[in-house]
Write a protein that binds this ligand. Structure first.
Ligand SMILES: Nc1ncnc2c1ncn2[C@@H]1O[C@H](COP(=O)(O)OP(=O)(O)OP(=O)(O)O)[C@@H](O)[C@H]1O
Ligand SMILES: [Mg+2]
Length: 361
C-alpha cells in the first residue's frame, strides 16, 4: 500500500529497557525465574516497550507471547496461554512436539483444538479424566520448564486487567513455580481500568511483594520526549509553543500525542480541543466487534484496506462492513475511496490487535 506510515520512531524508555535487560541477564546467569510487571494507563507505551525489548533480545532467549482479551464474561479462559500454545505448536517441528508437550498432551488438546488435528502424529498420549485445575497447571509448568532447558525463556503475557479468574491463578502459579528455571515472565497491566478498580488485579499487587518480582510503572513523556516524537514524525524540530501545546493536550501520553499529530496534519493548524474525551466517549459506546476492528485498524497504521482488516480479524466482508459502518457512523473512522481501494485513517485506539502472538525467534 502506498500510504502506509513509515517506521515509527521509538522514543525514550532507556531506563525501563535497561531494567528489563538486567532482569533477563540475571535470569540467564543465575538460572533463576523472575517476573517483571509493567503498569501504566492506556496508550502509555507498554506494548511498544515490550516490542522493543523483544527486538533487542535477538538470540539471547526464546520468546513466547500471549495476551488477555477484553470480553465481558469469562468466556475465554486461559486466552493468553492458548495463544502461546498455538504459537508453539506452529513453530515446533512435529517430531519434537510430543516431548515438548509431555504426558498431558491430551489434556492440553482441550485447551487448543488445533492440537487435536496434529495429535494423530503424536503417538498414544496418556488419557486422563478432565484435568483438575491443579493438574493442568502442572502440565503447563512442565511445558515451560522443558522450553527453558535449551536456554533462557521469556514469557510475555499482556493486558492482565482483562484476565479471567483461571488465568490470574495460573499466572501467579507460574511466577512462583518457575523460580528455579531460567524464565523471565513479563506481564502488563493497564491501570485505571474498571477491572483494576474492582480489585481483580489484587493478585499482581500481592505478587509484587515477593523478592523475585519487579514492577515498572511507565510515566508520561516529558517535554524533551514530546519534542523528539514530534520531530521524528514531522521531519523537523517543532517550535517550543507547539511542544507546549501538545504536551498540555496529551498529558505526555504517546498514543494521544500521535492522535493529535495525525489529526492536525499541519503542525500549525488548531488542535482538536478535547480529543482524549471525545475518543474515550465515542469508543465506550461501540460494540465489542467494532472495538476489536478499531484496535486492529489502529495497530495497522494510519491506513489499511478492508480486505487486510477482514483477514486479520477473521471476519466475513459483511460482518466487517457492519463494524465499519458503526465506526464511521460514530465519526471515529473515515472512509475514503482511492485507486487502491477503501482506506481508513486508523490509529483510533491505543494498543494493537491483541491475541496475535509473535513467532519466537
Ligand atoms: N516509546 C515510544 N516511542 C514512540 N511512540 C510510542 C512509544 N510508546 C508508545 N508510543 C505510541 O503510542 C501508541 C500506544 O502505545 P502502546 O500500544 O504500547 O500502549 P499500551 O500502553 O500498550 O496501551 P494499551 O493499554 O491500550 O495496551 C503506539 O502505537 C505508538 O504510536
Ligand atoms: Mg498494549
Amino acid at each position: 500500500m502506498a500510504d502506509l506510515p513509515r517506521r515509527r520512531p521509538f522514543i525514550g524508555r532507556a531506563t525501563e529497557l535497561a531494567r528489563l535487560r538486567s532482569a533477563l541477564d540475571r535470569v540467564a546467569e543465575q538460572r533463576e525465574g523472575r517476573t517483571v510487571v509493567i503498569g501504566g494507563e492506556a496508550g502509555i507505551g507498554k506494548s511498544q516497550l515490550i516490542d522493543r525489548f523483544v527486538a533487542q533480545i535477538g538470540q539471547a532467549a526464546r520468546v513466547v507471547e500471549g495476551a488477555c482479551i477484553d470480553v465481558a464474561d469469562d468466556a475465554l479462559p486461559y486466552a493468553p496461554i492458548v495463544d502461546i500454545l498455538r504459537d508453539l505448536v506452529r513453530t515446533t517441528p512435529a517430531g519434537r512436539l510430543p516431548a515438548l508437550l509431555g504426558p498431558g498432551r491430551a489434556e492440553l488438546t482441550r485447551l487448543l483444538p488445533e492440537l487435536a488435528t496434529r495429535a494423530a502424529d503424536l503417538g498414544p498420549a496418556i488419557e486422563l479424566e478432565r484435568a483438575s485445575q491443579a493438574r493442568l497447571f502442572e502440565l503447563l509448568l512442565g511445558v515451560f520448564e522443558r522450553l527453558a532447558t535449551d536456554g533462557p525463556l521469556v514469557i510475555v503475557i499482556e493486558d492482565l486487567q482483562w484476565a479471567d479468574r483461571s488465568t490470574r491463578d495460573l499466572v501467579a502459579f507460574l511466577s512462583r513455580a518457575l523460580r528455579d528455571d531460567p524464565v523471565l515472565l513479563v506481564l502488563t497491566e493497564r491501570t485505571g481500568e474498571a477491572a483494576a478498580e474492582a480489585g481483580s488485579l489484587g493478585f499482581l499487587a500481592e505478587l509484587e511483594r515477593e523478592e523475585h518480582v519487579d514492577r515498572i510503572d511507565l510515566r508520561p513523556f516529558d517535554r524533551d520526549e514530546v519534542a523528539e516524537l514530534v520531530a521524528a514524525e514531522q521531519d523537523e524540530p517543532p517550535g517550543p509553543e507547539l511542544v507546549d501545546r501538545l504536551l498540555a493536550r496529551s498529558d505526555g501520553n504517546p498514543f494521544f500525542l500521535e492522535a493529535l499529530l495525525a489529526g492536525i496534519g499541519n503542525v500549525d493548524a488548531a488542535l482538536p480541543p478535547v480529543l482524549r474525551d471525545i475518543l474515550a466517549a465515542q469508543v465506550a459506546g461501540l460494540s465489542s466487534g467494532t472495538h476489536d476492528m478499531l484496535r486492529a485498524a489502529a495497530a495497522a497504521g494510519r491506513r489499511v484496506d478492508d480486505e487486510l482488516l477482514a483477514e486479520v480479524l477473521g471476519l466475513s466482508a459483511g460482518r466487517l462492513a457492519a463494524d465499519l459502518r458503526e465506526a464511521v457512523g460514530s465519526g471515529i473512522l473515515a472512509r475514503r475511496e482511492t485507486p487502491l481501494g477503501t482506506v481508513l485513517p486508523g490509529r483510533a485506539l491505543p494498543g494493537g490487535a491483541h491475541g496475535a502472538p509473535r513467532r519466537p525467534g
